[in-house]
Design a protein around this ligand. Structure first.
Ligand code: SF4
Ligand code: SF4
Length: 671
């Protein structure tokens, strides 16, 4: 490519492990032009992060090695440079931002000292000029009160501000290339929107080129000019973002777009990609996607397809790319019809109800003569009712109280006020048979199946555990039979019962967690970010499974998540939480079509688009979510609300019904 700033050709990075040689990057080819943003998109283990580390020659040692290929940066061969030359180049001409800013910031140094280090090393700045430049950089990344923040330590700042500081260090020496590896993955929706806007502004001001690594096609649609799709260590398709969304040609790219829940698609069924990505220590010969590809034919497994042009600036590595053009071609790649849309199950009687539930935590200082210094109002007067056969989605950012609500429902915490009713009875007052009954009837699945499954127990033992606890009268063979049933319900073979969690993939582990929840035939399953950690293709499989189980069994879900599109796909009703309060509840379609609360409107405007043309008026909030330790008086959202009025700072709004089933807590709707 004539105007390329970075050209990566047939890059191969292998890692020696006890399992064998992991071919983390196995022939990656792409380029980045000056001033443009290239998105590298792929699922976990596709090799995208290792590609970035290879560009910077930071492949983890021992074990990791770049074994072949070429990396040209501004015409210079990076693989021919000495370690000293690379050290000079890193930070000055190529900079990197990581997912977790704590991993790149030194906890023992102030923000000012950390920015100063880079400026001294690469720019030789000292004294007043150095101090001025540090403050200027913090201002450039929109850190408020920069003169004071230079003296702060990383742990004294929120995740969003830390990521801005990492950004300030990255751009401090005016690099021409910035590599950003999933920098917004751990940020909340509104903070992510602020950060993406900031990166765009910086790029416009400085003209730097960006490589943005992500698993999220929404970020690609919003931020990138071109995209490279990675699968099993290789780039399988690359082109402009519009081409990729309008005319995807590789069966994997087509599959990824099909299984992406979006606000526009709502509850339309998703077509999942069956199977899972290959183990990079044992990648099949030929095309790595062949075991999951509906178009695979014998020649696909013989030799690897190479990237070939199908149009200007659009390359695809697929032997049958000539047949995947147009709607008919794309349909051929996903022949397994998704479950047709069914009307929502009619919700039945109330299974679970929260009445003015409050959970306050007293905060004390001092060890011997400890004294109370305040209260964290994690949950503050929350009401909801969950009916049989429905899914109530609870959505909100970190600290909004949704996880504490989940812990209260599971009796892992006791409310400090109000009560939670199960079949009309207060769960905290249940004992004996009633308590056992509620434990059997309310089950949970958490975000990380790896930490919620005991690594020393086989899948069979784990899945049978709730049954043994709540139905001790059942014999061994009854339990084994119910375990096999549960595994079958989540699409796992009974043979899996003998495996240990580490022998399963992430998607299989989450199915095991779901099978465990199902063994007791629960009436309600609490899903706490249960699909958030899964890759897009696996997430679609699990979400379809959850809906299928609900349609067949009438189980109710309390679905806690931060991703608005995922919540929309699964939920029949949605409650939006902010700083311990429910601020709006409505039937899902109504809430997404007519959000009333200013916070809900901001959340929806900040949700990632499903297509580059999916433009919407984005409202970027200023500031961070305040602490629940000392929430603002009046309406808790008022310091960030674009519509705040004098009354909002004094009077706390209460939930009022504005339309059937649609309640909102905002003074704009007081009458
Ligand atoms: S090369 Fe064959 S197996 Fe690979 S994506 Fe193309 S059609 Fe499918
Ligand atoms: S009550 Fe006031 S501050 Fe709160 S959301 Fe409504 S308009 Fe905004």
């Amino acid at each position: 490519m004539a105007d390329a700033l970075l050209e990566v050709r047939d890059l191969r990075t292998y890692i020696g492990t006890r399992r064998g040689v992991v071919k983390a990057v196995d022939g990656a080819t792409f380029s980045v032009r000056r001033g443009e943003t290239l998105g590298i998109v792929g699922e976990s283990g596709s090799g995208k992060s290792m590609t970035c580390l290879s560009i910077l020659r930071l492949v983890p040692e021992p074990g990791g090695r770049i074994v072949g290929g070429q990396i040209l940066f501004d015409g210079e061969d990076l693989l021919a440079k000495t370690p000293d030359e690379m050290r000079q180049l890193r930070g000055s001409r190529i900079a990197m931002i990581l997912q977790d800013p704590m991993a790149s910031l030194n906890p023992a140094l102030t923000v000012g000292e950390q920015i100063a280090e880079t400026l001294r090393l690469h720019r030789g700045l000292r004294g007043r000029a150095l101090d001025d430049r540090i403050v200027e950089l913090l201002r450039q990344v929109r850190v408020s009160d920069p003169e004071r923040r230079v003296h702060a330590y990383p742990h004294q700042m929120s995740g969003g501000i830390r990521q801005r500081v990492a950004g300030a260090i990255a751009i401090s020496c005016q690099p021409s290339l910035l590599i950003a590896d999933e920098p917004t993955t751990s940020l909340d929706v509104t903070i992510q929107a602020q950060y993406l806007r900031l990166l765009k502004d910086i790029q416009r001001e400085t003209g730097l080129a960006m490589v943005f690594v992500t698993h999220d096609l929404g970020i690609v649609a919003k931020l990138c000019d071109r995209v490279a799709v990675m699968y099993a260590g290789r780039i399988v398709e690359t082109g402009t973002v519009r081409d990729m969304f309008n005319r995807p040609r590789h069966p994997y790219t087509i599959g990824l777009l099909n299984c992406l829940p979006t606000l526009r698609r709502g509850r339309e069924p998703l077509t999942a990609i069956e199977g899972q990505p290959p183990d990079l220590a044992h990648v099949p010969s030929g095309c790595g996607f062949a075991p999951r590809c509906a178009l695979a034919e014998p020649r696909c497994v013989e030799t690897r397809p190479s990237l070939e042009a199908v149009a200007t600036d659009h390359l695809v590595a697929c032997r049958r790319a000539g047949e995947t053009d147009g709607a008919a071609g794309r349909a051929r790649c996903a022949p397994v019809a998704a479950t047709p849309a069914r009307p929502d199950t009619v919700a039945g009687h109330v299974v679970l109800e929260a009445q003015a539930v409050t959970k306050h935590f007293a905060v004390a200082r001092g060890t011997i003569l400890s004294r109370s210094v305040g209260t964290v109002k994690a949950v503050d007067g929350v009401d909801f009712a969950l009916r049989r056969g429905e899914t109530l989605g609870l959505v909100g950012e970190s600290g909004c109280g949704k996880t504490t609500t989940a812990r209260l429902v599971l009796r892992l915490e006791r409310p400090t006020g109000g009560r939670i009713l199960f079949r009309g009875r207060d769960i905290d007052a249940l004992d004996g048979e009633g308590h056992g009954d509620s434990r059997r009837a309310i089950q949970a699945v958490f975000q990380d199946p790896y930490s919620s499954l005991n690594p020393r127990l086989t899948v069979g033992t784990t899945v049978g555990e709730p049954l043994r606890q709540t139905r001790p009268e059942l014999g061994k063979s009854d339990v084994a039979g119910r375990v096999a049933d549960s595994l079958a319900r989540v699409g796992l073979s009974p043979r899996v019962a003998h495996d240990y969690p580490h022998e399963l993939s992430g998607g299989q582990r989450q199915r095991v967690a779901l099978a465990r929840a199902l063994t007791t035939n629960p009436e309600c399953i609490l899903l706490d970010e249960a699909v958030s950690a899964l890759d897009v293709s696996i997430r679609a499989q699990v979400m379809n499974l959850l809906r299928d189980i609900q349609e067949r069994s009438g189980v109710s879900y309390l679905f806690i998540a931060h991703d608005l599109a995922v919540v929309r796909y699964l939920s029949t009703r949605v409650g939006v939480m902010y700083l311990g309060k429910l601020v709006e509840t409505a039937p899902s379609d109504e809430l997404y079509a007519h959000p009333l609360h200013p916070y809900t409107q901001v959340l929806l405007s900040n949700a990632l688009p499903s297509h580059p043309d999916d433009a919407r008026d984005e409202v970027i909030l200023t500031g961070e979510v305040p602490s629940a330790f000392d929430p603002p008086r009046g309406c808790r959202f008022h310091p960030r609300c674009p519509h705040a009025m004098p009354a909002c700072t004094e009077i706390e709004p209460v939930l009022r019904e504005q339309a059937p089933g649609h309640r909102v807590a905002c003074h704009l709707f007081a009458s």
